[in-house]
Design a protein around this ligand. Sequence first.
Ligand code: PEP
Ligand code: MG
Length: 830
Amino acid sequence: MSFQQQFKCVLPNGIHARPASLLESVCNPYCCDISLHNLRNGNVGNAKSMLSLVSTDTLLNDEFVLMFEGEDSQTAMLALTQFMNERFPYCDDEIAPLEAQREIPIPQSLSRHKPFLLHGKSLVNGIVKGKLVASSEADLSLFLAHSSVDAGPSFQQVHGAVVAELEAEKLQASGKESEILSAHLSILKDREFLAYIEEQLAHQSIAHAILAALESFKAMLERSNSQYLRERVLDIKDVALRLLVSAYPNVNIEQQSQLSEATILLARELTPSQFLALDKRYLKGLVLSDAGSTSHTVILARAFDIPTLVNVDYELCHAELNSDVYLDCLLGVIAIKADENVSVYFERALKLQQQQKQRFSEHTDKLAITSDGHELEIAANIACSIEVAPAIKGGAQGVGLFRTEMLFMDRSEAPSEECQYQEYREALIAAQGKPVIIRTMDIGGDKPLDYLNLPKETNPFLGYRAVRIYPQFLELFHSQLRAILRAACHGAAKIMIPMVHNVEEIRWVKQQISLVEKQLEEAGLEYNNSVPLGIMVEVPATVFIIDKLAHEVEFFSIGSNDMTQYLLAVDRDNDAVSSLYNSLSPAFLRMLGQITSVAKQYGRWVGMCGELAADPKILPLLVGAGLDELSMSSPNIAKTKQQVAGLSFLECEALYQQACECSTRAEIEMLLNEAISKRSALPLLDESCVFTQLEVKNKEEAIQALVGNIGVFGRCQNALLLEEDIWAREEIFSTGLGNGFAIPHTKSDNIEHSTISIAHLNNAINWHSDSGNVDFIIMLTLNKAHSDQHMQIFSKLARKLIHEDFRGQLKAATEPSEIITILQNELFSS
Ligand code: PEP
Ligand code: MG
C-alpha cells in the first residue's frame, strides 16, 4: 500500500535540525517507510532520519511530497497531514537578523559597496586585517593514528557513554544550550548516521567509521543552498568529536594555537591564560561569540590593544575560517569576502588609524599637563609583569593597578610565595623606579577559583570576595604580602587592598602586614618595611568615611567599575541592565568631588583605575573633580595625555561644578557637548586639510579620505558620524557644481573645529550629479554653533566658482599653502 501527500515548506529557515528532529519523531512510531521528496531540487530523504531530512535541503516555499509505503501508510499519512497543517508551521522561530545588534551606522563610503559584514559588539577598539583562525580547533585526524588496533571500548559502549553524557549535560542546561544539546542528541541517535557507522565498522576502525560518517553527512549539508543548513556541519563535527574522545581517551587534542601570520582569532570563549599563551606578534584581533565587557580576558585584550568583537555568531564566522578578513571594532563588524572596493575602504581606514596613532604618539613621553599648568599622573593597568615594559614605553608614569588575581587563575593550586616574588620583582624592575601599585588578590565575586572551594552564591558581587576572604585563607594572604614586601626592595612598590568597606578591615590588614614583617625578620629575609598602603574606593560606604580611612592609609584609588555597579545597584555583567550602567550620573559625579575634597584635606592623593579613567568624553569632569592620577590600559595613555593638554584646569573645575548641578544624564551630556564647541577652535583653513594630488576612484573614497583626515587631526571626535551628515546632504541633492568642482557640506554637531577641506584629485570621478565629473572638492564641515557662516561661505564660494580665472587659479596651485592663500583672500578678505 502506498500514499502520498504534497506540502509547502513555510519555515523561514527551511527544514533544519530542529524541525527535522520533530518531523522524525512524528514519523518514527509508524512501521511504513516514509520519505520526503523535494520537488524543487529532486532530493529525497528518509523522514525517519533527521540528518537525511536536513540533507534534502528543503527551504522556505519549497514544495515537497511525503510518500508512505507499507502496512500502516494510510494511518501515517492522515496523522502526518494533520501534523503538517497544525504543528509544523509553528515549530521554529525565525532567527533574528544580525543587523539587530548593530550600534554604529555603517558609513556610506562602505555600505554603498555592498560589503558582507558580520556584526557584533566591540569591546576593544581598532581596525585590523588578518587570517581568521579558530582557537584550538581539534585535529580529528589525530584519532586515526591511534586506531590501528581498537583495543578499547566497543562502539556501542562509546555511543552509550556519550548519550549518557549529553543527557546529563542537558539536565543542567537551559535555553539555547539545552536546545543545542537536544539537537546533538538527535544526531547521535539518528538512524541514518548510526547505520552508516555500523556499516563502516564491518571493515574499519571506530575512528575511521566515525570520520567517514562525518565526511558523508558534511558533504550532503554543504550542498545546501541555505547558509544556515551548511553551518549545521559544525554540530555533526561536535558529536563526532565527542564520540572520538570517548573512544580514544588517550589522544590529546588540546592543541595550542600556534600563530605564524597576522591572525584574527575566533573562539566561543577564551580563558585569560589561553589568551596570554597566544603569540602577540601575530595576534591582531579577537572574535568571541560570548564575553562580557569587563570579563578579564577582555580586560587583557584591552591591555594588549587587541581589537575585540563579541556576541558574534560563531557559526557564521566559522564558515569563513582561513580566509583573510577585516575586523573593524569601530563599526563592530567583520568584513568577509571583501571585493576590491571594500578592500580599498578598509585599507584606507587602516591608514587613517595609523596616522591617528602616530599623532597620539607625539605625546607618549610628555607629561599630562593642562594648558594652565595643572599636572595629572597617567598610569597603566596591568595583569602580569610582561605588560610593564610596553606600558612604560607607551608613556605610563607607573602602574596604577596590578591585578594580581590573574596570577591565581587558570591553575590547579595557588602560586607559591617564590613564584609571586619573582613576578612582582620583574614588574618593579621593568617599571624602572616608577611606582607600581600591587593590588592584593581580588578573588571571589566574578573571579572564582576552583581550588579554594568558595561557596556558590546567589549574589556573588555582594558576597564573599577580595578582602573578605583573607581571614579564611590567611596563609595565602600572608604569602602574597611576604612576596610583595620582599620584591619591594627592587622598586617603588605600593600595596592596595580591594573591596574595603570599613576601618576595621584596613586595621586588620595592617596587623597582618606587621605580623608578616616579623616573620620575614625572623627568617632573615630582605624586605622593605615602608611600603605605602592604600585602598580601592569601590564600595559606596567608604565615601562617607574617607576622613577616617585617611588616618589609616596613604592613598585611594577609585575602582569605577565596581563603584558604578554598587552606587547605582546595577550589575556590571548583566546585559539586561547594561543601559543603566553609566557613570555619567549626577550621583556618581558628586561622589567623586566628595572623595577628592576630603582626601585632600588629609593630604592623601586620589587616583582612578576603573575603565572610566580612559573615557575621553568624561575626562574634563575627572580633571575638574580633582583626581591626581588616572590609570588605564596602556593603549589609551598617549591619547589621554594629548587630551589633557587640550584642557584648561580652571574650565574643567567650573564644568565639573555645573555638571554636579545637573539633574539628569542628558543634561550632563548636553553640557559636555556645549563645552566642546566652546573650546578654542582650530583655524577654518589649514594645510593639514588640503590634498593637492588625491588618488581616489570614486565619490565614496573621496568622502572617506576627507572626513577621515578631519578625524586624524582631532577636529572631530567621531569621523563616522560626521560622514553620515555629509551623505545626508548629498542625498537631497548632489553637490557637483559643474566645471569639475563639488562642494559637499554640512553644519553639524559632529564637528568640533569647523573646517574647510580641499582636494585636487589626480583623476576626475563620477560625482553622480547632472554637472559632470569632479576633480576638485571643497568640503565644508561647520559646527552648528557657527551655522551663520555656513550659507555665507557656501554661497560666496559658489559665486566665485562661476569665474573661470578663480577656478584656474585653484587648479593651477601645486602647494597646499597656495590654495589656502587663494581661499583666504577670496572668501574672508573684505
Ligand atoms: C574596579 O572595580 O573599577 C576595578 C578597577 O577593579 P576590577 O575591575 O578588577 O574589579
Ligand atoms: Mg573592583
